[in-house]
Design a protein around this ligand. Structure first.
Ligand code: AR6
Length: 178
């Protein structure tokens, strides 16, 4: 699925974030920035050991924020390590923190001249954020940002499995018809 916002595209694809040929890919990291499972593990494996060495110099990252590194063995020039919230019950500021993590990634992409960026569904795996709610927040932030920042030409949202992909298509269609 592809949506046009001025000169930019928002694409939804099913696939593996580590294999995206974009300027920057986003990692769903934890606040240590020293690796983990899920997307984080896959990115560290694909980028190689130099990534961990650079991450060790960053001093971690607070929830709702993001930090950028080189992409090493990835096709992507940069990796933006975002720390989404652990979902408790929706009453602990999770939505604000998730929105803030997405916005921080987009701002870093702008600052580092990344015209194309690929996101995974941050916080929807180990961190337990309900997928529909997370998708609404992610798309709202991305669509608003693209409308105001012509330097970003492509946002690709990468869903790992068919069910997640279908859910996201449905949510984006809903948002666009509101
Ligand atoms: N490409 C795209 N999406 C993926 C991939 C992939 N290769 N692998 C998994 N997903 P998660 P979180 C999907 O758990 O919830 C780590 O240990 C997955 O199906 O990677 O933010 C970190 O170190 C899910 O929908 O990230 C943290 O400790 C989504 O990506 C913690 O997990 C995110 O799942 C972060 O948890």
């Amino acid at each position: 699925m592809q949506v046009q916002i001025n000169d930019a595209s928002l694409e939804l694809v099913q696939g593996d974030i580590t294999r995206q040929d974009v300027d920057a890919i986003v990692n769903a990291a934890n606040s240590s920035l020293l690796g983990g499972g899920g997307v984080d593990g896959a990115i560290h494996r694909a980028a190689g050991r130099e990534l961990l060495a650079e991450c060790r110099t960053l001093g971690g990252c607070e929830t709702g924020n993001a930090k950028i590194t080189r992409g090493y063995q990835l096709q992507a020039r940069h990796i933006i390590h975002a720390v989404g919230p652990v979902y408790a019950d929706g009453k602990h500021g999770e939505s604000v923190l998730l929105a803030s993590a997405y916005r921080a990634c987009l701002e870093l992409a702008s600052q580092h001249a990344c015209a194309s960026i690929a996101f995974p569904a941050i916080s929807t795996g180990v961190y337990g954020y309900p997928m529909e709610a997370a998708a609404r927040i992610a798309f709202r932030i991305i669509l608003d940002y693209l409308a105001e920042h012509p330097e970003i030409k492509l946002v690709r949202y990468v869903l790992y499995d068919a069910r997640a992909f279908q859910t996201h298509v449905q949510i984006l269609e809903e948002l666009l018809t509101q």
